[in-house]
Design a protein around this ligand. Structure first.
Ligand SMILES: [Zn+2]
Length: 412
C-alpha cells in the first residue's frame, strides 16, 4: 500500500481504541500525516502492511486524552487556595491571590502546567481564560482544542459590552502573536450568577451563530441554586456588595431552565455544562433533552465543596460525560488520570470504561474535536503508550493508576 513517508506500524500488548472494544496483541498504522489508517489484531495488521517495520510499545495504546475544562491562566495559584468552604469563599480568594503575582509569573506557571498536562498524555483541552495569557502556553505545549474566552458581568459593567471588549482584546493579541492553528476560540460566560441575562443571551447567540459549543460553570454549588430560585445565599450577598441590582439574576428557575430561557440550546451545539454538582432531576432531564454534555471535575468539586455530582443519575439519563481537571487553584495537577482514579474510587461499582470514554471520546465530542479522542481510521488523535497495564483487566488497571507512566508514541 503506498504512503507518503513515513508511515508507521506500532503494536502493543493492548490497544484501547475507546470507540470500539479493547484488543489484546494488536497494532495501529498511521500515515505520514499521523492519521490512523488501520488497526486490528497484530498478526493481521503485520501481514497487511508487510513493508512497514514493526515498532513495539510496552503497555496499552490509547488516543491522547482530552481535558474538557481547565484554566491554565490560574496555574500560578497552585497550592494557594484552601478549599472546603464552598465556591463563593474559594472564588473570592482567586481574585485576591492572583493580584500578588506578576504577568511573567502567571505566564511561567501556565507554561509549566501546559507542559505537564501534555506529558500526562493530554492531546487537547477546553481551556478557559479571562485573558489570553495562556494561549502561547497552549501552543508551546502542542495542545490543541478550544480556548473559551471567559466573560463576566464585571467586564460588561466596566466596558458596556463584554463581548465586543473581548473581541478587541483578541484583535490586539493577534497583531503581535500568532493564534495557534489547532486552537478554536469561543466566548464563554463564566456562570449564571456572575453574568447578567443580557450578556448571557448575547454569548449564546454568538455560539449559535458560530455553530460551536460554548461552556459555562453550572450548578456548581447550592448558593447558585438559591440565588437563581429566590435571591438568597452567599452569591446574593456578594452581588449586593458589587451593586448588581437585586433580582436581576434571580429568574425563579433552576439553572437548566434558566439556560434554556436564555437561548443556550438554540444553536446546533449545546454548551458544555461544567460541574452540575447540585443539578436537580429537572436539570438533568433538560440537559438530556438538549444533548448537552456534562463535564465532571471531581477533584475540584471535592476540594472546593466536598461533594461530587450525582454521576449515577446523569448516566441513567444517558447524558454524555466529559472530564476536566479545572485549574491548579482547586486541583493538585492537570492530569486526567487523577480525575479518573478519583471517580473509580468513589464509584467502584461503575465500569472503568465510562471514565476512559469521558476522558477521550466524550471530551472530543463535547468540544467538537472530530479528529481526537479515539483510535479509528481517519482520526488523528495522537497516540500514547501507558504502563503498567494489567493484562487481565486493562481498563480497570489504567483508570485506577492515578499517575501511570505515559509516553507519546505519536504526537497529534
Ligand atoms: Zn472552572
Amino acid at each position: 500500500m503506498p504512503f507518503s513517508h513515513p508511515a508507521r506500524l506500532i503494536s502493543a500488548p493492548w490497544v484501547l481504541p475507546i470507540a470500539s472494544p479493547a484488543l489484546a496483541e494488536a497494532a495501529v498504522v498511521v500515515d505520514g500525516e499521523k492519521t490512523i489508517v488501520a488497526l486490528g489484531p497484530r498478526a493481521e495488521i503485520k501481514s497487511a502492511f508487510a513493508s512497514l517495520p514493526e515498532e513495539r510499545a510496552q503497555g496499552a495504546l490509547l488516543p491522547g486524552l482530552v481535558n474538557s475544562h481547565t484554566h491554565l491562566e490560574l496555574s500560578v495559584l497552585a497550592g494557594h487556595l484552601p478549599g472546603g468552604k464552598g465556591l463563593p469563599s474559594w472564588a473570592t480568594q482567586v481574585g485576591r491571590e492572583t493580584a500578588f503575582f506578576s504577568a511573567e509569573q502567571r505566564f511561567d506557571a501556565a507554561r509549566r502546567a501546559a507542559m505537564a498536562a501534555a506529558a500526562a498524555g493530554t492531546a487537547a483541552v477546553g481551556d478557559v481564560g479571562n485573558t489570553l495569557l495562556a494561549v502561547p502556553a497552549l501552543a508551546g505545549a502542542g495542545l490543541a482544542g478550544v480556548f473559551f474566552h471567559e466573560l463576566l458581568g464585571s467586564r460588561e459593567a466596566a466596558t458596556g459590552d463584554a463581548l465586543a471588549d473581548a473581541g478587541r482584546e483578541y484583535r490586539e493579541f493577534v497583531q503581535s502573536n500568532p493564534w495557534p492553528a489547532n486552537l478554536a476560540r469561543m466566548p464563554a460566560p463564566h456562570a449564571l450568577y456572575s453574568a447578567g441575562p443580557d450578556l448571557l443571551r448575547r454569548i449564546f447567540a454568538a455560539a449559535a451563530g458560530a455553530g460551536r459549543s460554548t461552556s459555562i460553570h453550572v450548578a456548581e454549588g447550592e448558593d447558585e441554586i438559591q440565588l437563581l430560585r429566590d435571591g438568597t445565599g452567599r452569591w446574593a450577598e456578594i452581588l449586593a456588595l458589587l451593586q448588581v441590582p437585586a433580582g436581576s439574576r434571580t429568574p425563579g428557575m433552576n439553572p437548566l431552565a434558566y439556560l434554556e430561557s436564555l437561548g443556550a440550546f438554540a444553536g446546533e451545539r449545546a454548551p458544555l455544562l461544567v460541574h452540575m454538582v447540585c443539578a436537580s432531576a429537572e436539570d438533568i432531564a433538560l440537559a438530556q433533552r438538549h444533548h448537552a454534555p456534562v463535564v465532571l471535575c471531581p477533584r475540584s468539586n471535592l476540594h472546593i465543596g466536598g461533594r461530587l455530582p450525582d454521576v449515577r443519575a446523569s448516566l441513567t439519563a444517558g447524558l454524555a460525560l466529559a472530564l476536566g481537571t479545572d485549574s491548579l487553584g482547586s486541583s493538585p495537577d492537570l492530569s486526567l488520570w487523577g480525575e479518573m482514579a478519583a471517580l473509580a474510587a468513589h464509584f467502584p461499582d461503575l465500569a472503568p470504561e465510562i471514565w476512559l470514554h469521558a476522558a477521550t471520546v466524550g471530551g472530543a465530542a463535547a468540544l467538537g474535536l472530530d479528529a481526537f479522542g479515539a483510535l479509528a481510521p481517519g482520526k488523528r488523535p495522537g497516540i500514547i503508550d501507558v504502563t503498567p497495564v494489567d493484562m487481565q483487566a486493562p481498563c480497570a488497571s489504567l483508570v485506577a493508576a492515578t499517575s501511570p507512566e505515559v509516553s507519546w508514541v505519536i504526537r497529534p
